[in-house]
Structure formats: C-alpha cells, structure tokens
Design a protein around this ligand. Sequence first.
Ligand SMILES: Nc1ncnc2c1ncn2[C@@H]1O[C@H](COP(=O)(O)OP(=O)(O)OP(=O)(O)O)[C@@H](O)[C@H]1O
Length: 251
Amino acid sequence: MTALLEIDHLTRVFGGLRAVDDVTTSVEKGALFGLIGPNGAGKTTLFNLISGFTPPSSGEVRFKGERITGLPTHKIAHRGMSRTFQNLRVFPNMTVFDNISVGALGMLGTGPFSALFGGGETAREISERSWEMLEKVGLADNADDLAANLSYGKRKYLEIARALAMAPELLILDEPAAGMNDAETAELARFIRGLKDEGLTIMLVEHDMGLVMSVCERLVVLASGRKIADDVPAVVRKDPAVLEAYLGGDD
Ligand SMILES: Nc1ncnc2c1ncn2[C@@H]1O[C@H](COP(=O)(O)OP(=O)(O)OP(=O)(O)O)[C@@H](O)[C@H]1O
C-alpha cells in the first residue's frame, strides 16, 4: 500500500517543552488510523503540525509524496486534507447549509469568490455537494436552521460535513465523540466506519477508548510528545509502556 501521509522526525518545542518529540509514522491510503495518549501528550499539536496550523521546530510532513511542511493551511486543505477541531468551529450565525457551502468553497483553494465568478467549480456544483453532505450526516431537514440552534451533537456532524464538503482524501477528526453519550458515540462509530468503507483515509484523535478500539485499525500512542507505540489496537491495549503512560497520567 502507498503511504498517503508521512510524518518524518517531527518535533515541536514550546519554550522548554517538547510538545511533539521526534515522531515518525505514516498513514496508508484508505486507513482508519487513531492517535491516542494521556492529556497533554501532544496529540492536538501533532494534528496542528500535520494540517499546517502550527509550524514544526524540525522534521517534515509529506502528503501524497510531497513535502507540505510550511505550506499555509488553505494550501494543505486544497491538496486534499481537511480537519475538524476539538472545540467546535461552526459559524453560529450562519445557516447549516451556508456553513457547509463555506467548506465546499474552501476546496477551491483560491478564495470563495473564484467560484462565484466562474473559477473552476460553479455555484451550482457547490450547492449540490453541500446538499449531498447534509444528507450524508442527516442534517438535510436542518438546512435552514441557524447553526447556533442545533444540538451539540448535530453541530459536531455539521463540522464533519463541512470538512467532507472539501472532498478530502484525508479527513482528520479531533475528538469527535467529546460530549457525546454512549448511544451517540456508537452512532458516530458507524458513521466513521461508513466513511472508511467509501475509501476515505481517516485520522482520529479521541479520548473515548471504546470508540478508538472499535473503529481504528492502527493506533499511534503518544506520551510526553514521544511515540511510545504504533500497532493494531489488540497489541496496543496490552503494551506495558501504554498501560504505564495511562496509569501514570491523569486520564
Ligand atoms: N501554543 C502552545 N504554547 C505552549 N505550550 C503549548 C501550546 N500548545 C500546546 N502546548 C503544550 O504542549 C503539550 C501538548 O499539548 P497538546 O494539546 O498537543 O496535547 P493533547 O495530547 O492534545 O492533550 P489533550 O488530550 O488534553 O487535548 C501540553 O503540555 C500543552 O500545554
């Protein structure tokens, strides 16, 4: 299999703290890959390094064989990587539909107006894909609602739909199950598996071990910025270094 994403000796230092410390790994095309670790392990920082929100102190990231380190976030997104955030980033005063169209417009990479003035995709195509994504996440009936009026769980799906509207090859989900109850988490697991079955490559950071263990095919475990395990869930869950990291941490 081909590696879609290659992370090569990636390090990020904040002051004296090595938030991500010499991490090397790769994600194969079509994989459902999980990143776990105790609080403060460096998971979000690693996601930010991959998606261009934080520059690395050293090391590099390659996406589809090309170095993307140092590229602005919109260029990385345009190459086919989109993400959600730990803290929801929907636009509360826009409708559900408009929130998703913004994501679809984002994939043009050259700014929203190019769509309106004939640059590449037409407004109609964008509108069609936005509807498709609304239906996919079960929000079609909420299209005209203000995002602020959605339930928390629905806003999470809205954020995922917006990321999907950018037609990514790699979808990065940052704690999608946070704040969800057991039934919602089980539904989310089905949804994520469905995306994988459609061929999407997915990276998941998640605290809910049940979700991670049930959906991910491979897990990388971080502790104090370092990679301490990289294997299938059945092996990782019995790894003494992983057990030690969780027992010694505050998770
Ligand atoms: N911008 C920053 N400036 C300084 N320190 C930071 C910054 N971002 C993260 N850190 C520190 O880097 C370490 C790793 O943080 P990070 O948020 O990546 O961990 P995490 O594994 O995502 O944690 P959590 O599970 O709690 O979200 C923490 O000690 C954090 O305080």
